[in-house]
Ligand binder design. Sequence first.
Ligand code: ADP
Length: 477
Amino acid sequence: MSTALLFTQSFIDGQWLKGEGEFDVINPADNSVLTSVSRVTAAQVEQAIGAAERAFISLKNTSCEHRAQVLERWYDLVMANQQALAELMTKEQGKPLAEALGEVKYGADYIKWYAEQARRSYGELIPASNDKHRISVIKQGIGVVAGITPWNFPIAMITRKVAPAYAAGCSFILKPSEHTPLSALALAHLAHEAGFEAGAFNVLLSDRAKEVGEQLCASEVVRKFTFTGSTAVGRQLLAQCAPTIKRTSMELGGNAPLLVFASADLDKAADGIIASKFRNAGQTCVCVNRVLVDERVAEALTAKLAERVQALRVGDGFSAGVDIGPLIYPGAKDKVLQLVEDALEQGAKQVNQAASLDGNYVAPLLLTNVNAEMRISQEEIFGPVLTVATFSDEAEAIAQANAVPYGLAAYFYSQDISQIYRVGEALEYGMVGINEGLISNPVAPFGGVKQSGLGREGGHQGLDEYLEEKYLCLNIG
Ligand code: ADP
């Protein structure tokens, strides 16, 4: 594969290092091998931990202004290479090029935001309860951070961790998804060009995630672990972080409901549903997983959805006008088709015609008559399948929406202001889109409650995840 910004080795202590053995990076559009990359060794993981420790010691003594300027340069370099990064992403991840371009910008915006926030890790002065003490609280970088990221956003899931970590003065060891390592390496190269110190951002390549994860979790040098991925793996990593009492951030699975109340503008609701559901071929943790609609407007909404679903175009991410690319790998497609088959067996109705496609492609599907007991309502679909169920009143809608162990994103459409407040407050979710289907934004705190995770990324909150508060008590008596 000839591409700009193509690297195939781990990046440790500012250098490209060949490991032992290789694994393939596959193009999901046709399951062909794009390139092979080198697998990191256990000794190199130790080397990265040592390098990150040294980098943290020197980063601690840099000014926030220095770190802000390095991040600003990184942002500029990412944007100057937007096209090349997007092409690399479409090759290894499959998403349509326009979406990949959008993700590069969105990912870069986290870098810009944390370049600005680097200057704002304000502490606090607290009035003392006696006349001798002067009490202040300062914020300091937590130390070496390790992170594991998924394949669905090969750039943004990295920048929303690495940028705030660096802004706080922390060094970072990243194990990106084995499905999308190339975007991660390109980002590290650009960060290094921008002035990241050797060891400040290391990238470890491995298709043996469990081993690398265990090694990073076991290290006493690593003080913070940040993960984006499935709830099952997050639960395991939390347990592995317990012996060394690490700080953790966990962005885990979701099961996003979208409620459409009778007062909703149904055209806007249908547009919002399509935008939220089919982005990234349905492979995001905040994609609408269940549409719940007031039975009085169900038929009208379904007709609008059917029209829009039929207009979506599926194909190779490099073809013009494509809305939906391939799923990430064959197993992902199998899982989606099994959920559909199960729902149809349990009485769901398929509304649109959907061709059976080759390779990792899945034609968008609209299913009605879906109920809460079906697997398709209980599991994250992670594919281009839209399901519609009905409710008869607000209380039932909220109960259905909250009746899952997850609590990442929820959405609802209503034009009744009292209802907007009531429902917004009643939904047990970390994020709620109201008359809006796309909510991710670098300035706002992204994260979940219940089994969707711990901590927030983005906003000023995202910087605090990498800072420790230290209380200083001065006796002036
Ligand atoms: P997905 O199903 O979306 O790939 P995963 O949670 O399986 O979600 O993967 C997200 C990230 O977690 C990837 O980088 C993957 O390599 C990594 N991963 C998978 N299993 C483990 C594990 N047991 N320990 C550490 N990391 C893991």
